[in-house]
Every structure is written in C-alpha cells, then in structure tokens.
Design a binder for this molecule. Structure first.
Ligand code: AHR
Length: 553
C-alpha cells in the first residue's frame, strides 16, 4: 500500500498512464429551470475580515515551476522582467497576489539557502530533491539545481507582483544557526552585518523584511519523518532565538496532513508542556490537503486511488468535489483541537498546500513532473475551496494553492514562449475582489445534486458560495456543481438593497474543457450586467463558478 507519506520514496516508480475511458458529455444547456433555490445574504452578520493572504500561492524548485515557469533567465528571448517571465508577473498583479510561499515543499528541507545567493555564476550546482521523480523527458535543469534562482530573485519577484514572501526554512538537514543566518541575510539593516553586506553586493542594500517563515515542511514526512513530539522539540529549538528586525516574525509550524488530528493535538501538547507561553511563538499551523483519492472508497493506495485529470465521468467530477469539500470539516476539526491548548485561538490555520492531485498523463510539457492540465472541474473545485476559506476567515489566516505554475492545481502553464491562464487562474480572477472584505453570513438553499456512486444513491450540495462587502461593494461568489442542470435562485440581501450589479460566470458546455497552449481561451468568463427590479433572480448555469458584483444603495 502506497501512501503520500511515502510518495517521494516511490516517485521513481511512477509512470505516465493514459486516461481511463473516453466519456464526453455535452450538457443540455437549455434544460428547463425553475426558481427552486434561494440565497440570503445577511449584511448585518459579518463574520470577520477575509485575510488577503487566503488568496496566496506556492512555488517550489520542482519540475517546471521555477525554471521555465517563473524564471526564464536574463538572456532569454521569452518576454521577461529581470529574468522573470513577464506574463506571470502581469497576471499575478492583476489578481493582487498577496503572498507567495517558497522554496518548497519537500525541496525546502533539502535546501541550503547559501547556495542561492552571491554571484549567480559562482553558485554551486546540486542534485535537486525531486531528481528521483524526474524522467527521460525532463530537462537537466529540473534534475540538477543550478541555483540561478535564489532568495534575491524570489524576493524581487514578490516585490514586482506586490506580494509578501513566505520562506520555508530547512529543519531536516541544516542546523538552527542557518535558519538564523537566513533571517539575518534577509532582514538585517543595510551595513549592519556581513550578511547584509552580501545582500547589498547583489544590489539589495535595503532589508527584504521577510515576515513569514515556515519552520520546516511536512515534518511528518519528507521534512524529517518526525513524530509530533520530536518536531515540537525541534520547533522550540529552531525558534528559541531568531534575530528580530521585523516585529513580529510570523512563524508557521509544520502541521497536519489532512485529518491527522493526532499531529495537531500532540504537537501543541508537547509545545505547551514547556509552558503555555511557548504557544505564543506560533503564528500559524500549516494544514495540507490534496484531493487525490478518487477511488470512491475502494483503496487508499497513493498511486492506484488517483484519477485522471482530463478524462473522467460525472461521478469522478462529484468525487473530486467531495474530496475538496472535506476542507470545511478539516478546518473545523483542527480548529477545535487547537482550541484545547490555545483557548484564545491566537494560532491560526495556514492551509499552505491545497488542490487536486491526479495521476501523471496530462502534462502540458512532457517531462514536467507533477504537472497537470486543469479543466472546468478544477475551477469549480478551486472556487468551492476559496468559498470555504472565506466562510472560515476567522480561522484561516493564509492559504497557498499548490502550485502556481506548471504543477498540480496551477493558475498558469508555460513552456518557452508559450503561456496560458488555466481554468484555475480564471477562477482566481473572479474571486480576487473578496480580499480584505468583510465576510458575510450567506445562507444557500437549493435541491441537492443526486447521482449514482457505484450503485449507491449519493448526494452533494446544490448551490454554495460566500459573500463579502467592502463599503458599498458586495461580492457574491457561487458554485453550481451540477454537471447538467442550471439552478435558478432568488437572491435576497437582508439589511440592505442593491442598486446595480454585474455577473461574471465561468462555465463551458463540456465539463472536461480546459485552456491549453493550442486553445488558450477555451474557458473564459462571460460578463453581463444584471437586470434588477422587483425580485432578484439569477440562473446559475450547470457546472459553473459565478461572481456577482453588487452595488448597495
Ligand atoms: O506540492 C508538491 C509536494 O506535495 C510538496 O513538495 C510537499 O510538501 C507535498 O507533499
């Protein structure tokens, strides 16, 4: 039985497989609809501010993410800004990307940050952590790390897009002094230390002021195979003294995988054993949840249970959404456990890896490991996940979609001079307006989706979403998960009235549709003004993500 914990060890055995079946469905876009649903937005029941960081990203030295995806190099013919792919920079500005996590992932616990600073032509070449998972088609610079891209380039990238950097420190294979020195390199004032001088020599005299620091990654697995108690001891040791120039540093502990409640409980228990004050060192606890098991309960084998990214049946569509919907219970469950030790809930959840994970076979660029082509299903998945974060904005302080480009749930795919915004990227565009808004309670009432799950009747919610308000501007985002039925809903705003509005909807007549290098605009949002007056009714098309921008009187 293969598990994700052992994924890296077994990665070599992974082979690209062709998709299952060739199901293709053309939904009846003209299916009859009736107003059988209702959405109540309660203006007078704010749930708290939606941290912009919930709309964060994740980049790793893995496959085509950094090299080819983000970094094309200073001498590249690909349009770039200081070696960074121009298209990525421009699109990330557009979605107001708030934070980017780097350099991993598993890579982080193998990385010596010193390798990636100093003159680029003097930087050492190393074997990349993911080398064992690469294949014959993978280019050499994915297997062997040139360190052309390092801390300076990453922070410069963040500055260009207007995002905060979030660095993950190496706990498995570097001593605690190296964590301290990385903080010192990034944050010590100009001229104050030898490392500040090294930074200045690269053209960065002013400190980077990096606030977010991850203390290892997946410390239960590739980050050291620790028990929660062992990791807690390491966490205390690594964070007992860190140079503080930016106050406070926001330290993020490596947290649980999906529903491993024991990790959350035993880690916090061990931290608090030294005294409850120790809990104050922790800004957030990471939670990772990938939707990978599409076997409908038949197996937990990491390879056998995965589904195909682009060839799937409606039952697989719903199965993926069910796996995504688990996020809500995971947030609530871990939050409850955290409250056993941290009664005031100072520690927040940082969902710094999330997204679907399919078996290999849908790579836009052969040889790019872990790359998959997102379809409409992944846009719907991403939208429902972002809605969950919005609804739980008091608990979730940051989330990072895995991963930004040329990887799992990517917003962008790129190779050489080709670039495309995926369906996931389009969903992020529709949701960007929630950042910093007041999350509002919104009640959704709609008939459930009913479908056959291996001979058993199964259901999924019929309509769901989230609402937020900033001044007079309200944003309502809604997912209709039904593969073939539209849902007509009456929308009621309690405690306010709408004067005007517009709707953007992302959908397609084929649930398998995706944006590719050949068909870059296959799945694009449509934008329409709303007709208001009297009862406000909106029809959510089948398999759709909608964003309704509403102006309040
Ligand atoms: O995102 C790919 C990998 O998934 C990350 O490196 C690791 O943290 C997780 O297991």
């Amino acid at each position: 039985m293969k598990s994700r914990r052992n994924f890296v060890k077994t990665a070599l055995a992974m082979t690209a497989t062709a998709g299952v079946g060739t199901f293709s469905t053309l939904r009846n876009a003209l299916a009859a609809s009736t107003t059988d649903s209702r959405i109540d937005i309660l203006l007078d029941e704010p749930r708290g501010t939606i941290s912009p960081d919930i709309y964060g990203h994740f980049t790793e030295h893995l496959g085509g993410v950094m090299y080819d995806g983000i970094w094309v190099g200073l001498k590249s013919k690909v349009p770039n800004i200081d070696g960074l792919r121009r298209d990525v920079v421009e699109h990330m500005r557009k979605i107001k990307a708030p934070v980017v996590r780097y350099p991993g992932g598993c890579f982080a616990d193998s990385y010596d940050w010193r390798d990636g600073v100093g003159p680029a032509d003097k930087r050492p070449r190393r074997t990349n952590f993911w080398n064992g998972a690469e294949n014959d088609k993978s280019p050499a610079n994915h297997k062997f790390e040139s360190n052309e891209f390092g801390t300076n380039e990453f922070v410069h990238f963040c500055k260009l897009i207007g995002a905060e950097p979030y660095l993950a420190a190496n706990v498995r294979s570097l001593p605690a002094t190296e964590f301290q020195h990385w903080v010192e390199y990034c944050n010590s004032p100009a001229g104050s230390t030898t490392l500040a001088d090294l930074r200045a020599a690269a053209g960065y005299a002013e400190p980077f002021n990096v606030r977010y620091w991850g203390v290892g990654n997946e410390s239960w697995g590739c980050g050291g195979n620790f028990t929660p108690q062992e990791y807690a001891v390491e966490f205390r040791r690594y964070t007992a003294w860190l140079p503080q120039y930016v106050k406070p540093l926001s330290l993020i502990a490596s947290g649980p995988n999906t529903d491993e409640w024991f990790w959350t409980r035993e880690f916090l228990q061990e931290i608090a054993r030294k005294g409850p004050g120790q809990l104050r060192e922790i800004y957030g606890m990471a939670l990772h949840h990938y939707a990978w098991n599409l076997s409908r309960g038949k197996t937990n084998d990491w390879e056998k249970a995965k589904g195909d990214a682009i060839q799937f049946e409606p039952v697989d569509w719903y199965e993926l959404l069910r796996e995504g919907q688990r996020m809500e219970g995971l947030i609530e469950g871990h939050w409850q456990v955290m409250g056993e030790f941290d009664r005031e809930h100072r520690i927040k959840l940082i969902v710094d890896e999330w997204g679907p994970w399919y078996r290999p076979g849908s790579e836009a660029t052969p040889g790019d490991i872990l790359e998959q082509t997102p379809t409409l299903r992944d846009a719907v998945f991403s939208a429902l996940t972002l809605d969950i974060f919005n609804r739980h904005c008091g608990k979730v302080a940051m989330a990072n979609c895995a991963q930004l480009i040329n990887c799992l749930n990517s917003l962008y795919l790129a190779h050489e001079d080709r670039f495309v915004v995926t369906t996931v990227g389009r969903a992020f565009e529709l949701y960007a307006g929630h950042q910093g808004g007041q999350s509002l309670r919104a009640e959704f009432s709609a008939p459930q989706v009913r479908y056959d799950r291996d001979g058993q009747a199964a259901t999924f919610w019929g309509l769901n979403g989230s609402a937020s308000v900033q001044g007079k501007n309200m944003l309502l985002t809604v997912v209709n998960p039904h593969v073939s039925e539209p849902r007509e809903a009456e929308i009621v705003v309690r405690g306010g009235a709408i004067s005007s509005g517009s709707a953007s909807t992302l959908t397609h007549s084929d649930i398998h549709a995706s944006n590719t290098f050949a068909h870059r605009d296959a799945v694009m949002p449509s934008h329409n003004p709303l007709k208001l007056g009297g009862q406000f009714v909106y029809t959510f098309p089948p398999a759709s993500v909608s964003a309704l921008s509403l102006q309040l009187r």
